[in-house]
Design a protein around this ligand. Structure first.
Ligand SMILES: C[S@@+](CC[C@H](N)C(=O)[O-])C[C@H]1O[C@@H](n2cnc3c(N)ncnc32)[C@H](O)[C@@H]1O
Length: 445
């Protein structure tokens, strides 16, 4: 992949690995580095095209990529979210492979790793809002009836609840103009600018608050901004991102699949850097992402079906629960004493993470590392101890646990899961602002 650099590229500085250290030693030393990255530039290239809860700073995968791989190696992220790992892999001259099941994550990741032509994107973006504006000015009544015909009843109900009629017309006019763009990469680029005006911390142009935290609530005193104006602004911002790419010889690809059974071949990856969803369904991606996906033609019913496949979802009927190792079992049992339903949700999460870790083990080359970044959650005031339990589970599928590093989140920047429990202890409260990097190693046999 080759990108033009139009501005000096603000490549972040990371420490160099110790010279002459063996692989395992380098992994252990990498886990002793400082992962806070507060004050670092995390918004270069396409990293800031769209908000994404629990996305990691680019410097995190970058450090492991630099320390543990060579140019041309495969770096895998089986739950790639906004695509941070695979973009960093390709910028470092590696081959990034991402996997995700979320339709918005797939659009976002694909666009972030694509070569988007600045001039074409700028021209097409201008055409979109100019045509949309013209259409709105002259055919507002037609747009209203087009909206009524376009959406099924359930989806229309959702839209009516969360978007004012004037906003619906603006968004529909924009979405229809974007759909006319024949070049898929440019179309995806415009879709992201569109989606980014809906999914924001404040809920953007919808009537929702807290959308980026994936716990939207409707507010009636909100006066949403003009979608047309917001789209223009966002487009400009994302176009600026296109000018901040370094030249790169790497490549990346993204697969729509399930992390538990990816369909990729054995031993494909020299490194895995990934972060699964939080336990306790603390971040419900689809709950927020449907706010923009409906405008790309997804019916609410289809999105509800996709949502069931997310790791750690709340539905527990029909799940085949796997037996858990001692510590995970104790945590689940403790929660079951207070709330059996919640304990089952956690058991589902650890079951699906067992299968995902097993799959990661299969996909990783022997003698290589997997880094799994997780936050912890609470259920009924009890810490799910996600990092300890996943470290334990990873060992049951064959990994060596090298270490678990802590990183302190930037409280001003990080989009944390919304707090649902105000009675938790201050120790657990503190842990909510930490993330854990579980360092795993696949021993050659
Ligand atoms: C914490 S986010 C990853 C964030 C990513 N590290 C980044 O920097 O943007 C977790 C991701 O796991 C994905 N996910 C959930 N269930 C999945 C599954 N069964 N298979 C693949 N991906 C899944 C979600 O869609 C979400 O994008």
């Amino acid at each position: 992949m080759t990108y033009q650099t139009k501005l000096p590229f603000p490549m972040p500085q990371i420490n160099a690995p110790p010279p002459n250290a063996g692989y395992r030693e380098r992994l252990a030393e990498a886990l002793r580095q400082n992962f806070d990255f507060h004050g670092h530039n995390t918004a270069y290239a396409s990293h800031n095209f769209h908000s994404f809860p629990a996305k990691f700073p680019p410097q995190l995968p970058q450090l492991f990529i630099e320390w543990l791989t060579s140019p041309g190696d495969v770096v895998l992220d089986p739950m790639s979210g906004s695509g941070t790992t695979i973009l960093e892999a390709s910028l470092a001259g590696r081959f990034g492979i991402g996997v995700d099941i979320d339709p918005l994550a797939l659009r976002l990741g694909k666009t972030k790793i694509s070569i988007v032509d600045f001039e074409l994107a700028a021209q097409s973006g201008t055409r979109v809002w100019q045509h949309a504006e013209h259409h709105l000015r002259h055919n507002a009544i037609t747009i209203t009836s087009e909206i009524n015909n376009y959406f099924d009843e359930e989806t229309k109900k959702f839209i009516d609840y969360w978007f004012l009629p004037a906003t619906q017309r603006e968004l529909f006019a924009l979405a229809m103009e974007i759909a006319r763009e024949p070049d898929q990469t440019i179309r995806n680029f415009l879709e992201l600018a569109f989606s980014a005006i809906i999914i924001t911390k404040s809920g953007g142009v919808s009537l929702a608050r807290d959308l980026a935290h994936t716990r939207p609530h409707r507010v009636t005193d909100k006066n949403p901004r003009s979608a047309l104006e917001q789209f223009q602004k966002r487009l400009k911002k994302n176009l600026r991102g296109l000018t901040q790419f370094p030249p790169s010889t790497g490549y990346a690809n993204l697969l729509a699949s399930n992390a538990q059974i990816t369909g990729l071949r054995n031993n494909i990856a020299e490194l895995i850097v990934t972060s699964p969803p939080y336990a306790a369904n603390a971040i419900d991606y689809m709950r927020a992402h449907k706010f923009s996906l409906v405008w790309f033609g997804y019916p609410i019913k289809t999105l509800a079906q996709i949502r069931r496949k997310y790791i750690g979802g709340e539905a527990t009927n029909g799940i085949t629960f796997l037996p858990m190792p001692p510590h995970a079992n104790t945590v689940i049992t403790n929660i079951a004493q207070l709330d059996t339903k919640k304990a089952k949700v956690l058991h589902r999460y650890y079951t699906e993470m067992t299968l995902s870790l097993k799959e990661m083990y299969r996909l990783l080359k022997p003698g290589k590392a997997a880094l799994v970044v997780v936050g912890t959650s609470t259920m009924r005031g009890i810490d799910t101890e996600t990092h300890t339990c996943l470290g334990e589970i990873a060992q049951t599928v064959g990994f060596d646990l090298i270490d678990i590093a802590i990183r302190h989140l930037d409280r001003d920047k990080r989009m944390m899961p919304a707090r649902r429990n105000t009675t938790i202890s201050s120790q657990i409260e503190e842990r909510m602002y930490q993330e854990y990097i579980i360092g795993l190693y696949k021993t050659p046999h």
